[in-house]
Design a protein around this ligand. Structure first.
Ligand code: SF4
Ligand code: SF4
Length: 467
């Protein structure tokens, strides 16, 4: 007896769709979807791809708009350079990001996976499109794969794999441009390979990895490898919006016969929703971890519903509760609250990034130095200032004592000009009238100004005589 019969068609509970009963790879030949959602996704994907490939070329004041240089711990977001000293922003950002992911998933399910994940965008709108263009429909692809080695098979397969490799090569280089900057990547590409052997090997490894992922691994990334995908099960609840089959409307399924007085449900068991599914599942079996929320089955089923004259939406975005209670989608209090928290988190992160200081200053008294009497009425202390210039331009700086009558005398320089993207060291004497020094250790504040604009206030201690 067939395994399907033994388990009454419930084999989807026992294994992932990409594996056959005997444990072999079940290759998914997905049909290209057609419809409203696929059109929206196409537009989003084109914009996404343009942004992905163009962003590394955009510069602000000579610096990239975005750069995540993990190797040198240098990060540029929206043209602003972030140093390891700004790590707290990343720490807060990471926490906000995780909370964001959890709350977003609880409300909107795998919306990100189906619409914005790079894996989905590249696979569905670059690699699979090339495949459909060269090899044709799923039926033709299957025939080509299982047929003899003909001239047609050789040129089609060769062309496909060459294009797949070229796109993987392009993606790998673009990723590297986000890490090292486009100038560095262009230098590596134009100079002799021996001058950048390490980076070149890295590029080859990345190219091969992307090629393997988009050519062979494919949906297994979403169904088995991706940790976000694996964690969906614990984040979903009965109010989570997901791609759902309306079993009240659809069951009992049965073939559609023209002019028949239909007593069965609206599902005509055409399996179009299964054929278009890029992960090879049947959404009519209920919500499954393998569903990436791509909406292809909604488009496919809507097209079928139009043809047979039934209402659209047999498969639609709906929560488990909405399907069970036959209720309409509503923006529940929980959804409003979570969305509010998500907006708040984005706002906090935006404020942190926008208000981040352009200089980071530490001023301390030079160790081992006591105060000096420079006159009968004035005392001086020797200080050292370490100022990080986080911008990519030279910055003229002025130090001013705040709140009291004090004078700063720089040592070795008249003007302070901060070197771009560098830690700058200075020493200076600070002279203060004795009348302003009531204690042995006195709090003082020094303002850091550039072109008359205050950038930062720094607190330090001024040493006076014992009282
Ligand atoms: S596409 Fe719609 S009608 Fe056809 S099998 Fe799927 S759910 Fe049923
Ligand atoms: S079940 Fe539908 S939404 Fe889910 S992956 Fe398959 S086609 Fe996409």
């Amino acid at each position: 007896m067939e395994e399907e019969d033994l388990y009454h068609g419930e084999t989807f509970r026992d294994r992932v769709s990409s594996v056959t009963a005997s444990g072999k790879r079940n290759w998914i030949y997905a049909l290209q979807p057609k419809g409203k959602f696929y059109n929206y996704r196409s537009i989003i994907s084109y914009v996404y791809l343009i942004i992905f490939f163009v962003l590394p070329f955009i510069k602000v004041n000579g610096a990239p708009l975005f750069m995540i240089n993990i190797i040198d711990s240098k990060f540029i977001l929206f043209g602003k350079i972030f140093w390891p000293q700004d790590f707290f922003i990343f720490a807060v950002g990471m926490i906000a990001f995780i909370v964001f992911i959890v709350l977003f998933t609880v409300i909107y399910g795998r919306l990100f996976c189906g619409w914005a994940c790079p894996q989905t965008v590249f696979l569905e709108f670059v690699f699979r499109r090339i495949e459909w263009f060269i090899e044709g429909s799923p039926g033709r692809q299957r025939t080509l794969d299982h047929g003899p080695l003909t001239f047609e098979k050789i040129w089609k397969k060769s062309l496909k794999h060459i294009l797949f490799f070229l796109f993987s090569f392009l993606i790998a280089h673009t990723f590297l441009a986000y890490i090292l900057g486009i100038d560095e990547v262009l230098k590596i590409v134009s100079e002799s390979p021996s001058a950048h052997m390490g980076l070149l090997l890295g590029l080859v490894a990345f190219t091969l990895m992307f090629y393997a992922v988009f050519t062979f691994v494919r949906e297994i990334v979403c169904t088995t490898i991706c940790p976000y995908g694996r964690l969906q099960g614990v984040m979903f609840d009965k109010d989570t919006m997901q791609i759902s089959y309306d079993y009240h409307r659809g069951e009992e399924r049965g073939r559609f016969k023209k002019n028949e007085d239909r007593t069965k449900g609206d599902c005509i068991d055409c399996k179009k929703c299964v054929i278009v599914c890029p992960t090879g599942i049947d959404i009519r079996d209920g919500v499954q971890l393998d569903c990436v929320g791509c909406t292809a089955c909604i488009d496919a089923c809507d097209e079928v519903m139009d043809k047979v004259g039934f209402e659209r939406g047999l498969i639609r975005y709906a929560s488990e509760n909405q399907i069970a209670e036959r209720s309409r989608p509503k923006f529940t209090t929980k959804m409003k609250a979570y969305t509010g928290v998500l907006i708040l988190l984005i706002g906090i992160m935006a404020v942190m990034i926008i208000t981040r200081k352009t200089v980071d200053t530490h001023i301390t008294r030079v160790k081992g130095q006591l105060y000096q009497e420079v006159s009968d009425t004035r005392l001086s202390n020797l200080f050292e200032a370490k100022i990080i210039n986080k911008t990519n331009t030279s910055l003229p700086i002025e130090l001013r004592v705040e709140g009291i009558d004090g004078e700063i005398k720089m040592i070795g320089t008249e003007k302070i000009i901060l070197k771009p993207e560098a830690l700058n060291d200075f020493t200076f004497f600070l002279e203060i009238p004795k009348s302003e020094i009531p204690e042995r250790s006195n709090n003082i504040t020094i303002g850091i100004y550039s072109n008359g604009r205050k950038l930062q206030s720094v607190k330090t201690k001024f040493l006076g005589p014992f009282k």
